[in-house]
Structure formats: C-alpha cells, structure tokens
Design a binder for this molecule. Structure first.
Ligand SMILES: Cc1cc2nc3c(=O)[nH]c(=O)nc-3n(C[C@H](O)[C@H](O)[C@H](O)COP(=O)(O)OP(=O)(O)OC[C@H]3O[C@@H](n4cnc5c(N)ncnc54)[C@H](O)[C@@H]3O)c2cc1C
Length: 471
C-alpha cells in the first residue's frame, strides 16, 4: 500500500491497517524531507501537548514493513518543494492500494480589492508556516513594525492561533520550538491591538473554548467587551458548548483594559470589502460592510449586507478563512473525481475514492478499486487531530474490509512498490529521505535546540535538512 502524505491521516491509516493486516507493507510518500504534516507545520509552538501524537507516529516509522520516502512528491511535476517527483500513473502500476492523505496545500482567498496588490496582507497559512519553519515560507519576513493594529479576518481556531502569537509574551514562546527567526521578528513587533473579525455573530463562531480561554488568560492582554446584543439573553439554557463559550466571552479577560499592554477583540457581523493602502503601497486599513444575521442565535444563521461601512485601521492583516485541498496532477487521467468547490476527493464517505460516472445517463460515480483517501483531503480542511484520527480509522476499516472480502484492488504490473519505483526516482540531484535520515535530522534539530533551552531548533530549508541527513 502507498500512502501519499505523512500527516496524522497518513500515519493513523498506516497504523490501523498494519495492526489489523500484519502482512501489509506500507510505503509512505512525503513531499517534504520531514514527516508529520500540520503537526509540525500547523499546530502552534506553544501547544506542545498536541504534538504528543508524534510518539505514535515514531512507533509506526519503526515498523519493519513500513518505509518512509521523504522529499518525494506525488504527481507534481518538478516536485512540490524542489524535491523528487513520481507521476501518479507510475505509482498506480506498482501498488495494490493507494491512500491519498495529502491534506490541504492552499488557502482560500477573499477576492477583494487590495488583497493581492498591497504589502502587509498575509494568509494565515503563510504566517503559521513561517513561525513553524515551513521551508516554503522561510523568507516571509512579515512586517510587524508598521503600526499597532492588526486585523485577522476569520473566526476559527487558526485565527486565534495567529492572534495569540501576536499577543503572547515572547519569553513564553522562547522555550517552544518556534524558529529563532520568528522570535526575532516577534521581539520587534509593535502590534498592540488585534481585531479578530467575522461575518457572523458569537453564536456562529468556528473556534472552540480551549483556544478562547488561553487568550483570555494571557498575561498583560485584555479583551474588549463583546456586543451584548448578539449574546442570547438566557445563556444558561444553551447546550453545554455554546453556553461555556458565551459565558467566557461575556466574562472577558483576566487582565483589565486599564492595566493591559496589549488587547484584542472579537468584531462580529463585519464582512470585508476592500483593503486600503498608503502611498508607499503598504496596507493602511480594512473596510468592512456591516452585516445583519437572519436569526441571531441560530448557529447556522446566514447574514445579509446592510450597506453600512466600517473601517478598521490595519498596519497588518491576515486572512484566516480556511485551507483548501487541490487535485493532484494525474487525477483526470486516472479518472479520479475531485470536488473543486468543497476541495475534497469524491468518496463514498468511508474513504473509497469515486471516479467518473458509470455512464452518461446516471449521476452515480463509480468506485475506483484500490484507491482511498483520508484526512483533510477526504472530508475538507476542518477538524482537530482526534477527528482526523477517527476519519483515518474509518478509511483503514474500509481497506481492511475490502482486503478480507476479496474486493478488487489496483491491477498494475506489480505489487513491488518502492522497489520498482526507486530507480526512476533516485537520480542526479534528487535525494530521497528515509526514516533513518529523518532520525538524523530529528537528532540534529534537538541538539541545536539544547543551548537555546528549546525542545528543538527546526531547519527551515530543504538544503539544511538534507545536509543534516547526510552528516
Ligand atoms: C494552523 C493550524 C493549527 C492547528 N492546530 C491544531 C491543534 O492545536 N490541535 C489539533 O488537534 N489540531 C490542530 N490542527 C488540525 C490538524 O493539524 C489537522 O486535523 C491534521 O493535521 C490534518 O491531517 P492530514 O493528514 O489530513 O493533513 P496534513 O497534516 O496537512 O498532512 C498532509 C501531508 O501531505 C504532504 N503532501 C502534500 N502534497 C503532497 C504530495 N503531492 N506528495 C506527497 N506528500 C504531499 C504534506 O507535505 C503534509 O505533510 C491545526 C491545523 C492548522 C492548519
């Protein structure tokens, strides 16, 4: 079995299938030289407890029948990040099954004037990647010195991660695995006021209690009062989760505004319409249209624009409106159906990939034997690691059931996997990273972290990662 992607979805699928069908051989392909996907490059550095799942992944990495093939991208001509590439068609020729678990490698855009022209507007994905050492964004150098006000558009957990990184005491971050370059930039930051802005109201937010609580408890950081007209009158009658969330928003922060060095707010019912710039091409402010909720306290309420404009000064802005998965090159040829709107591989709900229609007269999509998907590329870019694990287990169960019931799998030339493919990949400049190489990179990063009092100091370039593997 081949698995494309080494995030939680890939590892949990491998773990389950290998536990239940012990003879399974798994080759896991990863575009980057290092494993773990968003556990390494998404989860905030001050959430080390979330990264504990890596222990389980390390165990899987050591299984005898498991091969990690890092720095190898599937389907992307020229390699995703300058690594090696294998076309999907070649893979399909040498495996019984392929699991797509390649996550969401793009982000959604707002599509409003100023977004792509002005400097100082970042995707949360870039900013998060940058402070976590993702090679693609190592040189992002976000400018936090242009003024004191930051605007974050979106009200999910990623938006709150970005807010926390902007507001948190740098000395707290210093002990985490945040990159030294990010620490230096944050030290120079002038940001004092963070607006986390959403189109809808408090009852419709996507973030969860734990993340809000953390912000409410930050030392020296105050929360501005919420608009009480949007909070239900009888909070106590709400179901448990929204009840706690409303209580927390009403209660506010531990630090009061008059004693705070920095502050933040949740700005509701504002839909961005335009970014305005200064003569030097840098962002100056964000313009919003005030919205009105169709049904204030209904979690799925829609909004309509009111025509009223609100302008928030912005020395920097982040859009945090979601990640997005894209189809891999080669999907069309393989007949794999990708839902561009939802950004997911069409599947039967348990991870069996669906392909082109049976015939012109039917809407029904045909099952493609031997092809599966898991994680964010299967169900869309939402959910925590625990839900990704559940999702990966359901895909694994489908594979196991198909195997034991004798369902058809891929019918390629051979089932010899990486052994058949490696000669075509390892050539010239292409350096494949295997599990023992990753272990060397891991050790080197931990050693670099020691004198800094950090768990690790990540390498932020592929060249450095490969050099550490060769050392
Ligand atoms: C900013 C952020 C913070 C988060 N914080 C938390 C948190 O605190 N707690 C929590 O529980 N969850 C958190 N999550 C959610 C969690 O990270 C996801 O649920 C989970 O990582 C999704 O797993 P996945 O395997 O589907 O995708 P990913 O983790 O994205 O893994 C996909 C992997 O596939 C690789 N890949 C992509 N294209 C190719 C290709 N063509 N060939 C080979 N490999 C490829 C990628 O490099 C990546 O390593 C956070 C998410 C984000 C974005």
């Amino acid at each position: 079995m081949a698995i494309v992607g080494s995030g939680p979805a890939g590892f949990y699928t491998a773990y389950r299938v290998m536990s239940k069908v012990p003879s399974t051989k798994v080759d896991m392909f990863e575009a980057l030289p290092v494993p773990y996907g968003l556990v390494r490059f998404g989860v905030a550095p001050d959430h080390p407890e979330v990264k504990k799942c890596q222990k389980k992944f390390e165990e899987v990495g050591m299984y005898l029948n498991f091969t990690f093939i890092g720095n190898v991208s599937i389907g992307n001509a020229g390699g995703h990040f300058g690594g090696c590439t294998i076309p999907l068609a070649s893979m399909m020729n040498h495996y019984d099954a392929i699991v797509f678990a390649y996550g969401a490698s793009e982000d959604k855009q707002l599509g409003i004037p100023g977004e792509s022209e002005l400097q100082g507007i970042y995707a949360a994905r870039e900013f998060v990647g940058w402070y976590n050492g993702l090679p693609e964004y190592a040189d992002l150098a976000p400018d936090l010195t242009q003024g004191e006000e930051a605007v974050i558009i979106g009200q999910g957990n990623v938006a709150l991660d970005v807010a926390r990184m902007l507001l948190e005491d740098v000395d707290v971050l210093r002990k985490t695995d945040i990159t030294e370059a990010a620490l230096e930039t944050l030290l120079k930051s002038r940001i004092k006021r963070v607006h986390v802005v959403g189109r809808r109201g408090p009852m419709q937010v996507a973030f969860t209690i734990k993340e809000v609580r953390e912000l409410m408890k930050l030392r020296g950081v105050a929360f501005h009062d919420v608009d009480m007209s949007l909070i239900p009158n009888q909070i106590s009658k709400l179901p448990r989760a929204p009840k706690r969330l409303m209580e927390m928003m009403v209660k506010g922060s531990v630090t009061q505004l008059d004693e705070a060095a920095k502050s933040w707010s949740l700005d509701f019912c504002l839909s961005p319409t335009e970014f305005l710039g200064r003569p030097d091409g840098k962002i100056r402010s964000t313009v919003f249209e005030r919205t009105s909720l169709a049904s204030r306290y209904d979690p799925s309420s829609s909004v309509v624009g009111t025509g009223k404009k609100v302008t928030i000064p912005s020395s920097i802005a982040f859009r945090s409106i979601g990640y997005k998965s894209v189809a891999l090159p080669g999907f069309d040829e393989a007949g794999i159906s990708f839902d561009e709107r939802k950004g997911v591989i069409n599947n039967d709900g348990t991870g069996r990939v669906l392909g082109v229609r049976d015939n012109e007269n039917t809407e029904r999509l045909r099952r493609l034997p031997g092809l599966y998907c898991a994680g964010w590329v299967k169900r869309g870019p939402t959910g925590v690691i625990a839900s990704t694990m559940e999702d990966a287990f359901s895909t694994a169960n489908a594979i196991i059931s198909d195997w034991y019931t004798g369902a058809p799998f891929l019918q390629g030339e051979s089932s010899s996997g990486w052994e058949a493919l490696r000669a075509g990949v390892e050539h010239g400049k292409c350096r494949v990273i295997q599990w023992d190489d990753w272990q060397k990179i891991d050790r080197a990063e931990r050693e670099r972290g020691l004198p800094l009092g950090k768990q690790r100091e990540k390498f932020t370039s592929i060249t450095e990662m490969i050099a550490a593997a060769e050392n």
